[in-house]
Design a protein around this ligand. Sequence first.
Ligand code: ATP
Length: 365
Amino acid sequence: TPAESAMTSGATLELVGVTKAFGDFVAVQDVSFVVKPGSLVALLGPSGCGKTTMLRMIVGLETPSSGSVLFDARDVSALGPGERGAGLVFQDYAIFPHLTVSENLGFALKMRGDSPAEQQEVVKELAAALELTALLKKKPRSLNPSELQRVSIGRALAARPAIMLFDEPLSNVEAGMRTRMRAELRTLHKAFGQTAVYVTHDQTEAMALADRVAVMNRGRLVQFGAPRELYDRPADAFVAGFIGTPPMNLLDVEATEGRAYAGSLSVPIPQGLRRGDARWQLGFRPEHTRLSLAPDHNEVARGQVVAIEPMGAEVTVTVAGKGWQVAALLDEADRADLTEDASVSVVVDASHLHWFHPDGPRDFA
Ligand code: ATP
């Protein structure tokens, strides 16, 4: 199979206290994590959070201001990209326009002096894996964005680097095709066995592709964990609001006498929440929020339906009351008797409440 011949054993990638400053501006601050051999870590965060800078330090295009980058326990921080040999796929393809698909795929092999027969074999295998066989003789100008992207991925894979880095590789692929390409990338990654870091600002993509997700915000690593951990136990309100669609309801609450209040919405304060702290952010996901027309003894508030947005099998219902507004994600069948302006009770299980302290990670849910 193509996978066998291109099989590489991935290296361990380790970042130890990596910091990058540009003048006075700190783009990446004290980031540490380990990527196990053959696993894929998504580097996720909003624009400007330092993802690309992080990737450039891993590949060797930037030198950390402090901290180290280790490949299989070897410190490569001072080495250039050529000496590190990590593969990089970025959004604008890096494909030679004057070469055919086949020549582009074989470029790295030719450069390092593989025989024409060896080149031929690997190109054939990569083309099969990337569904490019029919296009091998074509020039890039006749290819569509998705095909160009696959050529770009194939070019990087051909060199068989032990570490592959992807910088938003699907950003030029139209939305419909992106889901399919995502699945193809995941399959290829598993087949080739390389260690991979995948930069994206798209949480859906990160959650779908990655074994572990590193969430960055303002240059810092705010959480590193499996997709499910990030969803179930977000480290802070930023991660909570960033992971999940529609986003988690987050309310500033004030605690008094055993209950926390956001206007007319209130919940009992759980045991274990630190005493003396009056201000918290309370979070609960739309999919964990139920609505009922009849009063419910577990309700956190009573409010009015202000918007109903059908999304196929599900529907997002926005409810507001004095000093709060929340979204509930309901099955189409469950919202049958809800109409705009209806008065409803909002019900959330205590087990689905997240408590975030303004000073940082402290989730007691
Ligand atoms: P995007 O998704 O928009 O590319 P990002 O998360 O990849 O964002 P970076 O490109 O790493 O973020 O940039 C992080 C911050 O560092 C930004 O504020 C950027 O302006 C700044 N920055 C990056 N490179 C340099 C540089 N060479 N000189 C000065 N500032 C820089």
